[in-house]
Design a binder for this molecule. Structure first.
Ligand code: PEP
Ligand code: CO
Length: 452
């Protein structure tokens, strides 16, 4: 049960590697990789094992996966506020879903390492000036000067330290009392409180408080129930920057496996899932939970080959297939994949990313997404699973706890004109705290209906 014999943390280097930066100074790159490789990993094998066990429950239909966070984290974000508000909104969404479906929710952030972005073009041209594309803060800067866009290997170390700081805060928030269910009323951000979602959440929080009081009156000792005081919160990011991932790969003597030390779950992007390419090669050898994005071009054959390559042992909880078809394509494209996987003997988690197939440009030039389309894709995802008798296991989405204006619609009725006021994403448009909560209530209604 070891990592594959014909694999090393560097074996990806012999394969075609898409979407990696070009560094002008190979010695500086090597030096940065070497220093990274001596630093402690950010996550440890025991946590990965626990997380894999939780995912296995999702695969069996006993739990729901909630994976959300930034499209791309930024080095400039006000760390505490950005991390804490995102964490709280994910907790709120999880409470809404747990309450509705009476089903445990496995919570994962796109956080503490989501710094590398695939791009559709190598370069960007503005007013006749052409520069390399922005590839995420781990590679270069989003500003538009030659200096900003130069790929700088020192940024890998900055990403590591930034991730460590974020993870430290997340561990404190999840274990240190902030996630205590007795504090549920305090989780709502001020800007959400007065909204219809905020009010709906307050009603839910009231019911939870009443239940806790009732249990207390019956003699249930809440002090001794750790589930009420702390949460398990896991981290994930796209394993795009393979120099960084390799430098943080560690061997675990206890189970004789290699682990990616940069996050609990690593995922393979839609643009880099070529079977014989570098990213698949790297991920097949590490024992972390692996996500695989599947867009509308994915065939049943692609999916089965990827499953065989990434999970030949068929370990429960190892693979999360993340469908991102687009609201118009999900009804056609997803069912054949569900059927093929169902008959294959693999039992991955199926999760829906209703964001990346639904990106459009607004009339005033913003990259945006419509709340209705997002919801429509999610409903299509649930319908496809109901039709095929498989488990719709989770949601993968881009959000922030902050009051941004990046996606259109929702109860806030955000319009094209409204996007300009607080559009902050350096990459894809995210749901704000209020829209995220609204989405959770919508999914809760679907889950409730499913359970009936
Ligand atoms: C992402 O999740 O930010 C992303 C780039 O997704 P995809 O690979 O599905 O396009
Ligand atoms: Co994105």
């Amino acid at each position: 049960m070891n990592s594959p014999q014909d694999w090393t943390p560097a074996s990806w280097r012999a394969r075609r590697a898409l979407q990696l930066p070009t560094y002008s100074d190979p010695a500086a790159l090597q030096d940065a990789e070497q220093r990274l490789s001596t630093l402690p990993p950010l996550v440890v094998p025991a946590e990965v094992a626990q997380f894999t066990d939780r995912l296995a429950r999702v695969a069996r239909g006993e739990a729901f996966l909630l994976q959300g966070g930034d499209c791309a984290e930024s080095f400039d974000d006000l760390e505490e506020q950005a991390v804490e508000s995102t964490f709280r909104v994910i907790l709120q969404m999880a409470v809404v879903l747990t309450y509705a479906a009476a089903c445990p929710v496995v919570k994962v952030g796109r956080i503490a390492g989501q710094f590398a972005k695939p791009r559709s073009a190598e370069t960007e041209t503005i007013d006749g000036v052409t520069l390399p594309s922005y590839r995420g803060d781990i590679v270069n800067a989003s500003g538009f000067t030659a200096q900003d866009r130069r790929a700088d290997p020192e940024r890998m170390l900055a990403a590591y330290w930034r991730s460590a700081t974020t993870l430290n805060l997340l561990r404190a928030l999840s274990q240190g009392g902030a996630a205590d269910l007795h504090e549920v009323h305090g989780w709502t951000a001020d800007f959400v409180r007065a909204s219809p979602q905020g009010e709906r959440f307050t009603e839910l929080a009231d019911r939870i408080a009443q239940s806790l009081a009732f249990m207390g009156a019956c003699g249930f000792d809440a002090v001794r129930a750790p589930q009420l005081h702390a949460v398990e919160f896991y981290t994930s990011h796209e394993a795009l920057h393979l120099h960084y991932e390799q430098a943080l790969t560690r061997f675990n003597a206890r189970d004789q496996r290699w682990y990616g030390g940069s996050g609990h779950m690593l995922w393979l992007g839609e643009r880099t899932r070529g079977l014989d390419d570098a990213h698949v090669e790297y991920l097949r050898g590490v024992a972390n939970a692996i996500g695989v994005k599947l867009g509308p071009s994915a065939t049943a054959d692609d999916v089965l080959r990827l499953l065989d390559r990434l999970d030949p042992e068929r370990r429960p909880g190892r693979i999360v297939l993340i469908s991102r078809m687009g609201s118009g394509a999900v009804a056609d494209r997803l069912p054949p994949l569900l059927r093929a996987v169902r008959g294959s003997g693999h039992a991955p988690v199926w999760c829906c990313d209703p964001m990346h197939g639904n990106t459009v440009t607004s009339s005033n030039g913003f990259k945006t997404r419509d709340f209705d389309r997002i919801l429509q894709e999610l409903r299509g995802f649930f319908a496809a699973h109901a039709q095929e008798g498989t488990h719709a296991g989770g949601l993968h989405f881009e959000m922030t706890g902050q009051d941004v204006t990046e996606c259109r619609g929702g109860a806030q009725l955000l319009t094209d004109e409204g996007l300009a006021s607080r559009y902050r994403s350096a990459c894809d448009p995210r749901l704000n705290g209020s829209q995220s909560l609204e989405l959770a209530f919508e999914i809760a209604d679907v889950l409730k209906a499913d359970r009936r």
